[in-house]
Design a protein around this ligand. Structure first.
Ligand SMILES: [Zn+2]
Length: 310
């Protein structure tokens, strides 16, 4: 296995029998982030964030297009209504459009029946705009956890091919630390689904969430690259990465967050554009849907993990 390069060659890792890297973007306006849920953001600022989300997502699409890279955009359903052109562009350029719920509420705020309704609304709105079925889901704030295991039943019964919401880490807001780090079959209360968990790095006896977020912005890129190398050594273990448009918008107005949240949210946003470009030039990437289709053929070889407690 060769080490990943930062040159524009796509000759590393994924050609050596491992999977290409699963590249995903969770598309929401900045004021929808969980840390800001308690704030009342004025209409003018909301409009600003909506405009900046559109501009930054177009920048991301330009970067991917210039390199012939296709990815997955997990989009908040309401954005299909407010920005249909943007969502259509994703599909037209060969990207997968998956669901990131209807309005970015955590799964904890629903019961099975209201979650089903929320999911259905988002899937309908997205596929209406793209003309393609939605087959993948990413929960806001990775909120598919033990407590919300019924969500797996709802997702499976909605006909989805895969979920990518489980983060096998210990974290104050999300995480299922004992879940497998490679692709697995997740069992809900009565149904099951293919799960593509977010990338972790095993170090110092624990799983570190190196798939994106603060780890991408705060630590050297080498940390994420190490996680990608580890994943390539495990079987059925594509590295799944996630980013948000607002993380690539260093000049956006800041939300009035507490000091810790402010640090977590904005650390490193000035260097993310350059860092992403470097990453894009270093690996082969693929939309999550294609990983899921490939891995679903080896279903019998995958580990099973029961998320529901009984
Ligand atoms: Zn989100």
């Amino acid at each position: 296995m060769r080490a990943p390069t930062t040159q524009a060659s796509h000759s590393n890792l994924s050609t050596d029998g491992a999977y290409p890297v699963g590249l995903s973007f969770d598309v929401e306006e900045h004021d929808r982030i969980e840390t800001a849920a308690h704030l009342s953001v004025g209409a003018e600022l909301k409009e600003t964030y909506a405009r900046r989300m559109e501009d930054t997502t177009n920048w991301l699409l330009d970067q991917l297009g210039a390199r012939g890279i296709r990815a997955t955009f997990f989009v908040v359903g309401q954005i299909a209504r407010s920005h249909p052109r943007l969502v259509r562009r994703m599909a037209e350029e060969g990207h997968e459009v998956g669901s990131h719920s209807w309005e970015h509420k955590r799964v904890h705020q629903f019961d099975a029946s209201s979650f089903r309704e929320d999911l259905r609304r988002s899937m309908d709105a997205l596929s209406e705009v793209t003309g393609q079925p939605v087959v993948g889901f990413r929960a806001p704030t990775f909120s598919v956890v033990r407590q919300t295991s019924w969500a797996i039943d709802v997702l499976a019964e909605a006909g989805l091919l895969y979920d990518s919401s489980i983060f096998p880490v210990r974290h104050d807001r999300y995480g299922v630390p004992e879940a497998p780090r490679s692709a697995f079959i997740v069992e809900g209360e009565r149904n099951e689904l293919l799960e593509l968990p977010l990338l972790t790095l095993r170090a110092l006896g624990q799983n570190l969430p190196v798939a994106g977020g603060g780890y991408f912005r705060l630590f050297p890129l080498a940390v994420m690259q190490r996680g990608i190398r580890q994943a390539a050594r495990r079987s059925h273990s594509p590295a799944v990465l996630y980013f948000h448009p607002w993380e690539f918008d260093p000049d956006q107005p800041r939300l009035p967050l507490s000091r810790l949240s402010r640090f977590r949210t904005y650390v490193g946003v000035k260097r993310t554009r350059g860092r992403l470009v470097k990453l894009l030039d270093g690996y082969q990437f693929t939309p999550m849907r294609e990983l899921a289709q490939q891995i679903a053929q080896k279903r019998d070889e995958l580990p099973r993990f029961r998320l529901a407690s009984k």
